[in-house]
Design a protein around this ligand. Structure first.
Ligand SMILES: C[S@@+](CC[C@H](N)C(=O)[O-])C[C@H]1O[C@@H](n2cnc3c(N)ncnc32)[C@H](O)[C@@H]1O
Length: 259
């Protein structure tokens, strides 16, 4: 579970730029927060893509993340958001496999593929055990992740992809050169990323990262949840709470403590 380089410095900023308008899952989490109530805990809260709108809606939320740079960007955005949202938020820099907050939560979330950073099974079990330990008796732990699209993975494995984004503040060009390879024996995705920021024809900065992510199928995650003392109360296809069908791309497990 060595995900940090992907979330440091230029990469933290790039994550924030790339995901600033992504909110496909937000309504689902706002609905769950209304349903199960405060306090909320987000594991791997990152730059606050979900945490900030949840706090702005009046929810009391704690965000845990290992990356100082992701948390710093989250804090910067909270400062802009103002006192109303800020006073509902606690940010904690810690490893989601081994944190201790000394309190229980009604809704715990591991959103947006965060669990895929658990490249080894003991990492996944450790995160789930921590979620269960911090879960209130009537609370739910929500995990969402992409179902591996094996055909697309095989076809794209080792292929370099390049895409560009315009920096929303500076107007510079960010070029992301991205190569993912999939090892189905180890069930590991290896990602090489090269980021460059260009002002007209001058290179302003560049950074490289090498990250591994786990490849998990729904049944494996379900088994790990059960092994960690959690029962799956509901399974949804994607973020619209639909039933799981053959073509589902995202899966959401709503779990309760088994005891
Ligand atoms: C895919 S991002 C998701 C961020 C945010 N939840 C969102 O929906 O935009 C995964 C986050 O998990 C964090 N992370 C990865 N491994 C971690 C670990 N072992 N402990 C704490 N945070 C971790 C990363 O720093 C990153 O911010």
């Amino acid at each position: 579970m060595d995900a940090l380089s992907q979330y440091e410095g230029f990469f933290a900023e790039f994550y924030d730029i790339l995901h600033s308008s992504y909110d496909a899952d937000l309504q689902m989490y706002l609905g769950l927060a209304r349903e199960y109530g405060d306090p909320l805990l987000e594991l791997g809260c990152g730059t606050g893509r979900l945490l900030i709108p949840l706090a702005a809606a009046g929810h009391e939320i704690t965000g845990v993340d290992l990356s100082r740079d992701m948390l710093a960007r989250c804090q910067e955005k909270l400062d802009i958001e103002g006192e109303a949202a800020r006073r509902h938020v606690t940010l904690v820099q810690a490893d989601i496999r081994r944190f201790e907050l000394g309190r229980k939560f009604n809704l715990i979330m591991a959103a947006c593929n965060t669990i895929l950073h658990c490249t080894a099974t003991p990492d996944l079990l450790a995160v789930f055990a921590k979620a269960r330990e911090h879960l209130a008796d009537d609370g739910v732990f929500v995990v969402d992740f992409c179902i591996p699209n094996v055909k697309a993975m095989i076809e794209s494995s080792g292929e370099e992809e390049v895409f560009e984004v315009i920096h929303p503040v500076r107007g510079t060009r960010i070029v992301d050169t991205y190569k993912a390879s999939f090892d189905f024996t180890r069930q590991i995705e290896t990602i090489h990323t090269h980021l460059q920021e260009w002002d007209e024809r001058s290179l302003i900065r560049s950074a490289r990262s090498h990250t591994e992510r786990g490849i998990y199928f729904p049944r494996e995650v379900a088994l790990a949840l059960r092994y960690s003392g959690l029962t799956i109360a509901k399974t949804w296809k994607g973020y619209r709470r639909g039933p799981l069908v053959e073509t589902s791309q995202d899966i959401v497990y709503i779990c309760r403590s088994a005891l």
